[in-house]
Design a protein around this ligand. Structure first.
Ligand SMILES: [Zn+2]
Length: 432
């Protein structure tokens, strides 16, 4: 903020007057000019991004010489609107459904027509992550501030973004991160550098995803809209601080600190990461430690390829579906219903929301314990009994079939694509 700022136009002074009137470091023309000139890469245009993009557009981020680049391959869907409030029912009703990046861009520019928005209608993957970040950085002038904001909902994207921004780059690139499950949220900043502060990367704090990390996405676990809204709004605030280059010790930038909020009890707490002399990196970190094992974007891509990525497309073609020798289509399963046992392995709360008439509920998480008890399925491997196993997307049911077949139910089959495919091709059940 040392350089003399370009003069503001009268419409800029008028639009941002309440922000300009604040004392430094947030107020004054130099801070505003810095935000107007900032370049931001936002990955994910869903629930976290909804308030974040609107607040940042309103605050002038990318509304001068700067820009905001949105990355998301998904489309607006009615089942997401309870938390993704930047999108509209019209976007979900359009044919084809509106891309989330286009919908978000429209709303941002409706709020502040000066904001410059670039859109990339792709999900971030191990194959394109380094290229996307590299292209973004190539467009940032040396004097402009820049940051990446992770508004995704899956472990693979979080690790990819953290690894790439922790590895040596032409310039430091801080990462503003958030995650929500159920009524809990986390917000923090990774890879943040100031003259007196060196922040941790994601792997310094969480070296690898928890086992079976697919169960932690809000797509499966459910989430309360305002909890996502609070986290996204906090992310917007941290993004402003990071773009202004503020110091964590002086202005509470969430670097070296994870802000945890438990909405169920209304309790927030800041968890501090251990650091020495302003350096919060962990010596044993695989990326930014003393003996790194992830040294290039390619090595990160190879490690992250095994993590759970974005929610599969709505056609039910889950990438981790079981081999076809263990699956039947929803249409075939519907024909077999009269002579089969239908086992629904979703959690009980989802079963209560809706289930196919006559189905037995044994959640995958307790399936083996239920089988040990002898439960409703009867004796193990009972002479050729036909068992159709159903879940929401056809992934958990595939795991359940492997368990059942391992215990002698050789005639157990997973319904391909689960409830979603059933809703599409058979009907009579809600798509959710
Ligand atoms: Zn690290």
């Amino acid at each position: 903020m040392g350089d003399a700022p370009l003069p503001l136009t009268s419409s800029e002074v008028s639009r941002y007057s309440r922000q300009l009137l604040l004392p430094p470091p947030f107020g004054g023309p130099a801070a505003l000019r810095r935000l107007l000139s900032s370049h931001l890469l936002v990955v994910g245009a869903g629930g976290l991004a909804s308030p974040l993009l609107l607040y940042l557009a309103a605050a002038g981020v990318g509304a001068g010489e700067g820009s905001v680049t949105l990355v998301d391959g998904d489309r607006v869907d009615a089942s997401n609107l309870h938390r993704q409030i930047a999108h509209t029912q019209a976007g979900a009703d359009a044919t084809p459904k509106q891309l989330k990046v286009d919908s978000a861009k429209e709303r941002m520019r409706a709020l502040n027509p000066a904001v410059r928005v670039a859109t990339i209608a792709e999900d971030l993957t191990p194959g394109n992550a380094a290229g996307l970040v590299g292209n973004f950085l190539a467009g940032v002038p040396p004097e402009a501030a820049c940051a990446v904001v992770d508004c995704s909902d899956n472990p693979r994207t979080r690790y990819l973004l953290s690894d790439i921004t922790a590895l040596p780059l032409p310039r430091p690139l801080p990462l503003v991160s958030a995650a929500c499950v159920g009524t809990d949220s986390l917000v923090t900043v990774y890879n943040y550098r100031t003259p007196t502060h060196t922040g941790p990367c994601y792997r310094c704090v969480y070296p690898s995803p928890p086992p079976d990390n697919g169960c932690n996405s809000c797509s499966d676990a459910g989430v309360l809209g305002p909890v996502v809204g609070l986290a996204g709004t906090r992310q917007a605030l941290e993004t402003v601080k990071v773009l202004l280059g503020l110091d964590p010790a002086e202005h509470g930038v969430l670097s070296g600190t994870v802000a945890v909020f438990d909405a169920c009890y209304g309790v927030g707490r800041d968890v501090r990461v251990r650091g020495e002399g302003g350096d919060y990196r962990k010596k044993t970190c695989q990326v930014c430690g003393e003996n790194p094992t992830i040294r290039t974007p390619e090595e990160s891509a190879a490690v992250c390829a095994g993590y759970v990525g974005p929610t599969p497309p709505d056609d039910g073609s889950a990438s981790s579906a079981p081999p076809s020798g263990e699956e039947v289509t929803a249409a075939a399963a519907a024909d077999m219903l009269g002579r089969a046992v239908l086992l629904d392995v979703r959690e009980a709360n989802q079963f209560e929301m809706f289930h196919v008439e006559g189905a037995i509920n044994m959640p995958l998480s307790s399936l083996e314990a239920e089988l040990d008890k002898g439960g409703e399925l009867g004796a193990e491997g009972e002479a050729g009994k036909l068992v159709l196993v159903m879940c929401r997307r056809g992934v958990a049911s595939g795991k359940a079939v492997q368990i059942l077949r391992g215990r002698g139910w050789s005639n157990a089959w997973s319904v391909k694509g689960g409830m979603r495919e059933w809703a599409n091709s058979v009907g009579g059940v809600p798509w959710y």
